[in-house]
Ligand binder design. Structure first.
Ligand code: S3P
Length: 168
């Protein structure tokens, strides 16, 4: 019996939007990892990056992921970097169904353009820098994302495709 679904993928891939739709469809709870971290530590992601650096953030993120791994009937929207640190990807694969929402750097660039402010890794990037950053980071992260049990085409998959993949 599946108890958890983890949506993974780059920033801007639609993990939160799809996660909310999917949780409505399945009657499960949506847990956005960034919000979970912010609520637990009473700080924004930006403040955590400023105060503890990215390494400090990754440790907090890994700790939260293990806490969430005990929840039942949850759709988890992982952070874009979550699968790429410690053995987080193995933890997710062992405790639920993992779905990688895959998109090209060009589409991610379009979607991220207006949504950079709360994301410290891209907040200060110019238009020109953003696409180069996404392309490079995605290449680095793809080996981790590819360990997902399901690969979803982010530009064509609808909520019913996700439900079917979870049930299969
Ligand atoms: C990050 C993605 C963010 C957030 C943090 C770092 C990343 O989450 O965890 O800013 O390393 O890609 P979203 O993918 O939900 O934006």
């Amino acid at each position: 019996m599946v108890k958890r679904v983890y949506l993974i993928g780059f920033m801007g891939s639609g993990k939160s939007t799809m996660g909310r739709w999917l949780s409505d469809e399945m009657g499960w709870t949506f847990v956005d990892m960034d919000h979970f971290i912010e609520n637990k530590y009473h700080k924004t992601i930006t403040q955590i990056f400023e105060e503890k650096g990215e390494d400090g953030f990754r440790e907090m993120e890994a700790r939260c992921l293990r806490e969430i791994g005990d929840f039942e009937k949850v759709i988890v929207g992982a952070g874009g970097g979550t699968p790429c640190y410690f053995d987080n990807m193995d933890v997710m694969n062992a405790t639920g169904v993992t779905i990688y929402i895959k998109l090209t750097p060009e589409v991610l660039n379009d979607r991220l353009k207006g949504a950079k402010a709360q994301r410290p890794l891209v907040a200060n990037k110019s238009k020109e820098e953003l696409l180069a950053f996404i392309s490079e980071k995605l290449k680095e992260r793809e080996p981790f994302y590819s360990k997902a049990q399901v690969i979803a085409d982010g530009s064509t998959w609808e909520v019913t495709d996700f439900v079917k993949a979870i049930q299969d």
